[in-house]
Design a protein around this ligand. Structure first.
Ligand SMILES: [Zn+2]
Length: 253
C-alpha cells in the first residue's frame, strides 16, 4: 500500500468516526434526558471539534482546499449538535430567548455544513427536524427587519472591500465561509415585520396588552412590566424586539 492510499484510508476513518460521534450525541437530544448527560455529551463533542479543527489547519497548511472545506463541514455539523443540546438545556432552565438563539444556530450550522461540503445527507433531514422543533417548543415568531443603508463591508477571506475581490459571500474558501465584515449602518430607513427574515434571531420580544397596562412576554405570554402612563397615550401596539445583530457568533471560519 502506498503512503497516499494509507493517508486516504486514515482520512476516511477520521471522517466516519466524526459522523459516528455525532450519531452518538443524538441519543442525548430528547428533552427528558438529564441536563448532566447533555453537558457530558457537549464536552465530548467539543473534544472532537478540537480534533477536526487541528485536521483543518493541517489541510490549510498543505493548501488542500477540498479537505479543508470538508473539515469545515464536520466542524459545522458538530456545532449543530452542540447548539441543539444547548437549546434544550436552556429550555429546561427556562431561558427561552437563549434557547431560541441556540435553535437558530443549530439550523444555520446544518446549512453551512452542507454548503461547505455535502458529505452526508443526514444533515438535510436534520435541518427539517430542527424546523419542526420551532413548532414544538416555541410560539410562532414575529420577525423584525430593518431597512438601512450600510457602508461598504470587507471580505472576511482576503480583507479587501467586498466589491473589490473575487470571493463570494456564503461560499467556502480553504475551510472558511466568506462573510461581509466591518460594515457600519449609515442610515436607518424603516423597520418592518416580515415572514422571511435575513436573521431569525431578530424577533419581537414583548408587546402591549389590549388595555395597554402591561407588556406581555412573547415566549411565556405572562405580563413582564407595567407600561408608563405617557406611553399608554401612544397610538398602536407597543413592542420591544431585536432589530439588528452586529456580532457574527457562528464559528464558520
Ligand atoms: Zn475577498
Amino acid at each position: 500500500m502506498t503512503s497516499n492510499q494509507e493517508k486516504l484510508i486514515s482520512q476516511d476513518d477520521f471522517i466516519s468516526s466524526c459522523i459516528q460521534e455525532m450519531s452518538k450525541a443524538e441519543v442525548y437530544l430528547p428533552f427528558t434526558i438529564s441536563s448532566r448527560l447533555k453537558r457530558e455529551a457537549i464536552e465530548k463533542l467539543e473534544i472532537i471539534k478540537g480534533e477536526i479543527l487541528k485536521a483543518k489547519y493541517d489541510a490549510i497548511n498543505r493548501e488542500e482546499e477540498k479537505l479543508a472545506n470538508l473539515m469545515l463541514a464536520l466542524q459545522c455539523g458538530v456545532n449543530s449538535f452542540i447548539s441543539e443540546l444547548n437549546c434544550i438545556l436552556s429550555l429546561k432552565e427556562g431561558i427561552f430567548r437563549r434557547a431560541w438563539d441556540f435553535l437558530v444556530d443549530a439550523q444555520e450550522y446544518t446549512v453551512w455544513s452542507y454548503r461547505a461540503a455535502p458529505y452526508n445527507k443526514m444533515l438535510l433531514s436534520r435541518y427539517e427536524d430542527l424546523l419542526l422543533l420551532e413548532k414544538a417548543y416555541f410560539p410562532k415568531m414575529v420577525y423584525l427587519s430593518m431597512g438601512a443603508t450600510v457602508s461598504n463591508g470587507k471580505c472576511s477571506i482576503c480583507g479587501s472591500l467586498i466589491d473589490e475581490c473575487d470571493h463570494l459571500e456564503g461560499l467556502p474558501y480553504m475551510g472558511r465561509i466568506c462573510q461581509i465584515v466591518d460594515y457600519n449602518v449609515v442610515n436607518v430607513n424603516h423597520i418592518a415585520m416580515v415572514d422571511e427574515p435575513r436573521d431569525k434571531r431578530c424577533i419581537l420580544l414583548s408587546f402591549s396588552d389590549e388595555k395597554k397596562e402591561n407588556m406581555i412576554d412573547r415566549f411565556t405570554k405572562e405580563p413582564i412590566g407595567k407600561i408608563k402612563p405617557e406611553d399608554r397615550l401612544k397610538q398602536g401596539l407597543l413592542t420591544e424586539g431585536i432589530m439588528l445583530r452586529f456580532a457574527e457568533t457562528l464559528e464558520i471560519f
